[in-house]
Design a protein around this ligand. Structure first.
Ligand SMILES: [Zn+2]
Length: 372
């Protein structure tokens, strides 16, 4: 018999899909913000996969992947349990804003960071109600999840891809053991991301990753603090989801479930989307940037391969005359993840998100002062 799992008012029942509410926080108007919970459980024993989405209010593809994926037909073939939360940030989804109006911080940088609790300081803003809710939810995740996928959207018209997180380990007296564990987890995460079958790239190198609080994202927190293989798919345009990407992400998720032993059968082909593999590991980079204020006309599309020196955009002034020699060129070999929005750019603005060769370590120690 599969395990009993309860989250809020939903309790797993073998062979069924259960729906419920998890109370997250109180609004001052007396309303309670709940997170919707879906628990789908097969009749056979198996792992527990968490699927989360909607933490950024403008990113609407992930919830659709969850709704498309979780059907009675799936449950009839399922070994184990899916716990899904399609709206981690209901306020942001209602207002189509990245951040909720009741917490002035990126919610995907709110998950626990593993640091010791700070002592109370009346002059410091305490964590928001949402951050405290995530802290409680994180404990249930950690206690029940064997795997986690947290769906996002990158930018308008970007390609569908999966982020492979960096693994950080504590460089204390047990550093060798921590490093070996982190390397094993990184290898397992890579297997999971490969099973998903979309384009794969790493995020920023470890120091910038911490700088940007990316280690406090949903998938990074479960991965780094709880050792749960997790990743973040980025599903192209957020405010108008691409049905082909939604379908390909549902197929990729079923492939992850086959890899995890939750479904039988061969991996499904991933169709209808661009999948790019340069044959070397890549990471995201905001490049190239315009040297002067100008108006940009992109010469490349998302998914296009670029070589060093290839023209990627025309640069003009407001009268249409060339700025400099009129061309912006790629500084790297790689491929285009997506183009920056709009055509009017100030000096130093990045014109593309480009996937470039990843020379940075996938497994790196936390900075020496991190846990102080
Ligand atoms: Zn996002």
């Amino acid at each position: 018999m599969p395990n009993t799992i309860t989250l809020g008012t939903a309790t797993a029942q073998p062979g069924t899909i259960q729906y419920g509410r998890w109370e997250a926080l109180n609004h001052p108007t007396g309303h309670v913000e709940f997170l919707p919970v879906i628990i789908a459980q097969g009749t056979a024993d198996g792992p527990c996969l968490w699927l989360t989405a909607g933490i950024h209010g403008v990113e609407h593809a992930g919830p659709l992947v969850i709704y498309r994926l979780i059907t009675q037909e799936l449950v009839d073939h399922l070994r184990g349990t899916i716990v899904a939360i399609p709206a981690l940030n209901p306020a942001g989804l209602r207002t189509m804003k990245r951040e909720p109006y009741h917490a002035d911080k990126d919610p995907n940088r709110m998950w626990p960071d593993g640091k010791p609790k700070k002592s109370y300081d009346p002059d410091k803003e305490p964590p928001s109600s949402l951050e405290k809710a995530y802290e409680r939810l994180f404990e249930t995740m950690a206690a029940t999840a064997n795997y986690l996928i947290d769906y996002h959207n990158a930018w308008t018209n970007s390609i569908s891809f999966a982020f492979r997180d960096r693994l950080l380990y504590r460089a204390d007296q047990d550093a060798d053991r921590h490093k070996a564990e982190a390397e094993a987890l990184s290898a397992r995460q890579f297997e999971m991301v490969k099973a998903y079958g979309h384009t794969i790239l790493a995020d920023f190198p470890a120091d910038k990753y911490i700088d940007e609080d990316l280690h406090r994202s949903t998938s990074a927190a479960t991965l780094l603090l709880k050792g749960i293989p997790s990743f973040t798919p980025e599903l192209g345009t957020g405010h108008m989801p691409d049905p082909a990407i939604v379908a390909a992400s549902a197929a990729g998720t079923r492939n992850v479930m086959r890899w995890a032993g939750m479904l039988d059968g061969a991996l499904e082909p991933i169709e209808g989307i661009k999948i790019v593999d340069r044959g070397f590991p890549v990471r995201r980079c905001s490049t190239p940037r315009v040297p002067d204020a100008c108006i940009v006309e992109h010469l490349v599309q998302s998914g296009d391969l670029v070589q060093i020196g290839d023209p990627v955009a025309k640069m003009r002034d407001v009268w249409g005359r060339p700025v400099g020699d009129g061309l912006l060129r790629s500084e790297y070999d790689g491929f285009v993840i997506g183009r920056s929005h709009g055509i009017y750019h100030y000096a130093g603005d990045a014109v593309l998100g480009t996937a470039i060769r990843d020379d940075a370590a996938l497994v790196a120690p936390y900075p020496p002062e991190y846990f102080k």
